[in-house]
Design a protein around this ligand. Structure first.
Ligand code: PEP
Ligand code: MG
Length: 580
C-alpha cells in the first residue's frame, strides 16, 4: 500500500478502478485476453515494435546526416533496447501466460526498468529513465494511436489518474463514470481543480510523479478531503474509507432536507446563496441544491474544447437556456475570461511567459472587440427572457471598466436600432479580483451596480503566488491575513456606498470561512453547486453578532495557520458533522 499527499481541491471519497493517462494522455487498459486471441495480439505487438524501430531508425539517420554520428548515438541506444531479446521475451511471457493485453504488458515491463533507473542516484540515471518512458510511449502510440479523446467516452466507473488535465478535458468527464480525479501537477486554484469541484467529484492535484506506480485497473482511493490518494490499499484501509463514504452519504441526505428552507441566520438575517456554473447543464444541479440564482456563469467555457469561435446564435442558445431554466431568479453572466490556464490548447513555449499577468480576460476582450461584441449582443438578447446581470472580469483600472461599458453601450445601441428586445435596465457589475481594484473601490462604487469578489485571482495577485503551481501551493490560501484585509476593505467600501457586493471565489464554498465572511459584512455568496447545502447549514446555525465576533478575532491574527485553526474550531462548534 502506498499513501501519497497532494492538494485537496474537491471534497469527498472515491474508491474504484484506476484509468491511467500518462503525460501524452495514453490510456493503458489492464485487459485480459481470451486464450484464442493471444497469437493475434502477439502479432499486433510485433508490428508495433517494428513500427517503433522504423521510426527510431529514420530519426537516427536524419540526425546523423545533419549533426553527425555522435548525436545519432542517442537513437542507437533506443534501438538497442527495442531490439533487446530479453525485453521481448518478458513481454511475450506476460501475454502468453498471464493473458495481459500488449499495452499493459509493455507498460508493466518498461515501467519496471524505468523504476530501477529512477531509484539510482544522479541526473544521468534519471535521464535514462526518461529514455525508457520515451520508448514505452513510442510503442504505445503504435499500439493505441492517440487516445486522449477517448476520455469523454469512458463508459464504466473509473478514477482518472493523469499527469495533467486541461480545464476543458476535465469538463468533458462524465461524473456518472469518472468518479474521481488525480493529477501529478496543478495547483489549488487552477481551473482544472475548479471544474472538478463543479462536477462534484473528489479530486486531488499536485501529487507529484506517481503514475509509474499504478496501472489501469488497480484499486485506488481518492480522499478529496485530506488531499491524499492510496494506491494498492489493504483491506483494513478499504473498510475504513468505505465506512467514511457511508457517513458522508448520510450527511448529504440530511443536508438535502434543507433544500426548501431559506439561507437565514438564527437572528433572521437572510443570506442570498447563489451558485457558480460553467455550462448550462449545471443549472439542474443548482436548482436541486436549492440555490437562489446563478452568481457566476463562467461563459468562457463555451470557447474551450472547440476550434472555431462560437457564433452569436450559439452564445444565445446557451444563455437563453440558462435564463429560462432559472425563471425569475438572477443570473450573473460574466463576460469571457479566456487566457492564462483557460486556453483552447495546451500552451507552447512561444506563449506568454507570465500568462496570468498577460493578455487575459477583459484585456483580451478589449483587444478583440468583434469577439466581445458578439458575446455582448447574445447576452443582451437573452436579457429579454429573464433576470440577467452582466459582470466584467479582471478589472484593474477605471479606464478599463469604462471601455468595457462603452462596448456594451454600442452593442445596446445596435440592438435598439434593429428593434431587438433587451433589458434596458440591465445591471452592470465587475469582479474584484485584482488588488488595484480593491484600492480603488471608493471610485469604482460610482461606476457599477454591483461587485463580486473573485478570491481565486485575488489570492494569487495579492500574495504573488501562481494559483496553478503546486510548488507554491502552501502559500496559496484565502486564510492569509493580507487576503482577508483586502476582502474586508472591499466589503466595507461597497457597503458604505450601498452598492451590493457578493463573492464568487472558491473561498466562500468552504464552510470554514462562512462565519468570517458574514462577520465581514457579506450578505450574498456564490458557491460551487455541491456546496450550497453545507453553506446553508452554517448560515442557519449562526447569528450575525457571533459572526462579527469571529471576524473581529480573525482581524487580530497574524498567520494563515492561526486563522485556519481558529476558524476550524469555530466551525466544529456549529457544524460538528462536517468532515475536517
Ligand atoms: C476568481 O478569480 O475568484 C473567479 C471566480 O474567477 P475564475 O476562478 O474563473 O478566475
Ligand atoms: Mg478570476
Amino acid at each position: 500500500m502506498e499513501r501519497l499527499q497532494g492538494i485537496a481541491v474537491s471534497p469527498g471519497i472515491a474508491i474504484g478502478e484506476a484509468l491511467v493517462l500518462d503525460n501524452e494522455g495514453f490510456r493503458i487498459p489492464r485487459r485480459f485476453l481470451p486464450r484464442d486471441a493471444v497469437e493475434e495480439e502477439l502479432e499486433r505487438l510485433n508490428l508495433a515494435f517494428d513500427a517503433a524501430v522504423a521510426e527510431v531508425e529514420h530519426n537516427r539517420q536524419q540526425v546523423a546526416e545533419q549533426l553527425g554520428d555522435d548525436y545519432a548515438a542517442i537513437f542507437s541506444a533506443h534501438l538497442q533496447m527495442l531490439r533487446d531479446p530479453r525485453l521481448h521475451e518478458e513481454i511475450e511471457e506476460m501475454i502468453r501466460t498471464r493473458h495481459y493485453s500488449p499495452e499493459y504488458a509493455v507498460s508493466r515491463a518498461l515501467r519496471r526498468y524505468a523504476k530501477v533507473f529512477q531509484s539510482l542516484e544522479g541526473q544521468y540515471m534519471a535521464e535514462r529513465a526518461n529514455d525508457i518512458f520515451d520508448i514505452e510511449k513510442r510503442i504505445l502510440r503504435n499500439l493505441l494511436g492517440r487516445s486522449r479523446e477517448e476520455l469523454a467516452q469512458v463508459l464504466s466507473p473509473v478514477l482518472v489518474l493523469a499527469h495533467n488535465l486541461t480545464p476543458s478535458e476535465t469538463a468533458n468527464l462524465n461524473p456518472q463514470f469518472a468518479l474521481g480525479m488525480v493529477t501529478e501537477i496543478g495547483g489549488p486554484g487552477s481551473h482544472t481543480a475548479i471544474v472538478a469541484e463543479g462536477l462534484g467529484i473528489p479530486a486531488v492535484v499536485g501529487v507529484g510523479p506517481f503514475l509509474t506506480d499504478v496501472s489501469g485497473g488497480d484499486t485506488v482511493i481518492i480522499d478529496g478531503d485530506q488531499g491524499q490518494i492510496v494506491l494498492h490499499p489493504d483491506e483494513e484501509t478499504l473498510a475504513r474509507y468505505r465506512h467514511e463514504v457511508e457517513e458522508q452519504r448520510h450527511l448529504a441526505v440530511k443536508l438535502g432536507t434543507l433544500r426548501e428552507l431559506p439561507a437565514e441566520t438564527k437572528d433572521g438575517q437572510s443570506i442570498q446563496l447563489l451558485a457558480n456554473i460553467e455550462f448550462p447543464y449545471e443549472v439542474k444541479q443548482c436548482k436541486e441544491r436549492g440555490a437562489d440564482g446563478i452568481g457566476l456563469y463562467r461563459t468562457e467555457f463555451l470557447y474551450l474544447g472547440r476550434d472555431d469561435d462560437p457564433s452569436e446564435e450559439t452564445h444565445f442558445e446557451s444563455y437563453s437556456s440558462v435564463v429560462q431554466a432559472m425563471k425569475d431568479m438572477p443570473v450573473v453572466m460574466r463576460t469571457l475570461d479566456l487566457g492564462a490556464d483557460k486556453m483552447r490548447s495546451l500552451p507552447n513555449p512561444e506563449d506568454e511567459r507570465n500568462p496570468f499577468l498577460g493578455l487575459r480576460s477583459i484585456r483580451l476582450a478589449l483587444r478583440n472587440r468583434d469577439l466581445f461584441r458578439i458575446q455582448l449582443r447574445a447576452i443582451l438578447r437573452a436579457s429579454a427572457l429573464g433576470e440577467i446581470r452582466i459582470m466584467f472580469p479582471l478589472i484593474s483600472t477605471i479606464m478599463e471598466l469604462r471601455q468595457a461599458r462603452m462596448v456594451l453601450a454600442d452593442a445596446m445601441e445596435d440592438l435598439e436600432e434593429a428593434g431587438v428586445p433587451f433589458d434596458r435596465d440591465l445591471k452592470v457589475g465587475m469582479m474584484v479580483e485584482v488588488p488595484s481594484a480593491v484600492m480603488m473601490m471608493d471610485r469604482f462604487v460610482e461606476e457599477v451596480d454591483f461587485f463580486s469578489i473573485g478570491t481565486n485571482d485575488l489570492i494569487q495577485y495579492c500574495l504573488a503566488v501562481d494559483r496553478s503551481n503546486k510548488d507554491v501551493a502552501n502559500l496559496y490560501t484565502a486564510a492569509d491575513p493580507a487576503v482577508i484585509r483586502m476582502i474586508d476593505m472591499a466589503i466595507k467600501a461597497a457597503n458604505k456606498a450601498n452598492v451590493p457586493i457578493s463573492m464568487c471565489g472558491q473561498m466562500c464554498g468552504d464552510p470554514m470561512y462562512t462565519m468570517l465572511l458574514l462577520g465581514l459584512g457579506l450578505r450574498s455568496l456564490s458557491v460551487t453547486p455541491a456546496a450550497v447545502p453545507e453553506i446553508k447549514r452554517v448560515c442557519r446555525s449562526v447569528t450575525i453578532e457571533k459572526c462579527e465576533q469571529v471576524a473581529a478575532r480573525v482581524r487580530t491574527l497574524e498567520s494563515a495557520r492561526d486563522i485556519k485553526t481558529y476558524l476550524r474550531e469555530k466551525l466544529s462548534k456549529v457544524f460538528p458533522e462536517f468532515p475536517m
